[in-house]
Ligand binder design. Structure first.
Ligand SMILES: CCCCCC/C=C/C(=O)SCCNC(=O)CCNC(=O)[C@H](O)C(C)(C)COP(=O)(O)OP(=O)(O)OC[C@H]1O[C@@H](n2cnc3c(N)ncnc32)[C@H](O)[C@@H]1OP(=O)(O)O
Length: 354
């Protein structure tokens, strides 16, 4: 177990974004680890004595001896993480960096970065722009100096899920990203790969994608007012967010089917009994109790928590990426189906509400 190929590629990309030169010693270490991770032990002749730079690089690579590729990959990822820029939290709690969005807020305080869905008039339904903003926020949160990342919603709802106008406002059904995948694929991949403990503070009802994604969180705290609803069949859609894999694993196939195929809405207590929710709190004391708990957890050593998460999650990552790709492939067809188009039209003509 250790860093996945995807973690490694992310680290290679993050290195390109470094604003400060890490210095020659570090650059040579990175070179050696990169070569070891991608090609294995050094097996090329030593460069001429007067070619100092090439010789230093060769020496560093050669010094790694028979270090396994997986270990080199992990060491490379760790070294890049230690160099990555760390946007500092301000005393007001606002992070100066992305997203510049009113519908997705990002604050950082007491070692916790919080991403808040803030579109209460629409029950925090997620627009295409919000998917992008959440990605930006998660990328910033993965690199800032917080130890825990929290998702929550502002107002009565946690979220009513995907904004159904995403289906009607885009010719052909739904905007596709440049590489032909649903924007959803990259979005869910980011949750699969998120390196720090990820906690959902579910303040109220949750619908659709905001429920399925909970299977990729490390802890889910819910108000006893929250409900969990995945009405995919009535919308002519199919399960996403890796729920076709995580839900049967978490709650067993028959309970998963009840939610994902029959669209049964469950209470917070039922979700807790099924293992989707970690703990339920009375709504009146929910915020106070949960934040006190999270502040205490955030005081744990950050590297230990990150590594514990990696140990727990890394063996599943490849499977989850494959599940995500397949779910998106199927969903891409479903969003163009007559069943889906009719369901969305009925919603907006107010003929159908959940
Ligand atoms: C690129 C990604 C693709 C992902 C595709 C996979 C799909 C994933 C999903 O998330 S599927 C689930 C989608 N969500 C829903 O079907 C919920 C739809 N909403 C409702 O049924 C109801 O609004 C409600 C039960 C959430 C709340 O009902 P009520 O209390 O009666 O409030 P209103 O219905 O009056 O809602 C207030 C206001 O918000 C608008 N709104 C609410 N949810 C959505 C939504 N998901 N999409 C778009 N708009 C939504 C609603 O239209 C009202 O707007 P208005 O005041 O009329 O302008």
């Amino acid at each position: 177990m250790g860093a996945s190929q995807k973690d490694f590629e992310n680290a290679v990309n993050r290195l390109k974004l470094l604003k400060e030169d890490p210095g020659n010693d570090t650059k040579i270490k990175l070179y050696a680890l990169y070569k070891q991770a991608t090609e294995g032990p050094c097996n090329v002749p030593r460069p001429p004595v007067l070619d100092f730079v090439s010789k230093a690089k060769w020496d560093a690579w050669n010094a790694l001896g028979s270090l396994p590729k997986e270990t080199a990959r992990q060491n490379y990822v760790d070294l890049v993480s230690s160099l990555s820029p760390s946007p500092k939290s301000s005393s007001s709690g606002a992070i100066g960096n992305p997203p510049k969005s009113e519908s997705v807020l990002m604050t950082s305080r007491d070692g916790i970065t919080t991403i808040t869905l803030n579109r209460p008039a629409k029950k925090n339904a997620i627009t295409l722009q919000m998917y992008e903003d959440i990605l930006l926020a998660m990328n910033a949160a993965s690199q800032d100096d917080s130890t825990i990342t929290v998702f929550t919603g502002n107002g009565e709802y946690y979220s009513s899920g995907n904004d159904l106008a995403n289906f009607t406002d885009n010719p052909g059904g739904l905007k596709l990203s440049e590489d032909g995948n649903l924007p959803l694929r990259k979005f869910v991949d980011t949750f699969i790969d998120f390196p720090k403990p990820l906690v959902a503070v579910v303040n109220g009802p949750a619908v659709g994608i905001t429920v399925t994604l909970l299977g990729l969180f490390d802890a889910v705290y819910a108000s006893d007012r929250a409900t969990f609803h995945t009405p995919f069949s009535s919308l002519g859609l199919s399960p996403e967010g890796c729920s076709s894999y995580t839900f049967p694993k978490i709650m067993g196939p028959s309970k998963a089917v009840e939610m994902l195929i029959f669209g049964k809405k469950i209470t917070a207590r039922e979700a807790c009994a099924r293992g989707l929710v970690t703990e339920v709190f009375p709504d009146g004391t929910f915020q106070e109790e949960v934040w006190a708990r999270l502040k205490a957890y955030a005081k744990n050593p950050p590297n230990a928590m990150r590594i514990a998460k990696q140990v727990i999650r890394s063996s599943e990552k490849e499977k989850l990426h494959a599940v995500n790709a397949e779910e998106c492939r199927i969903l891409e067809e479903r969003v163009l189906s007559e069943e889906c188009i009719n369901a969305v039209l009925n919603f907006f003509s107010r003929k159908a509400r959940l």
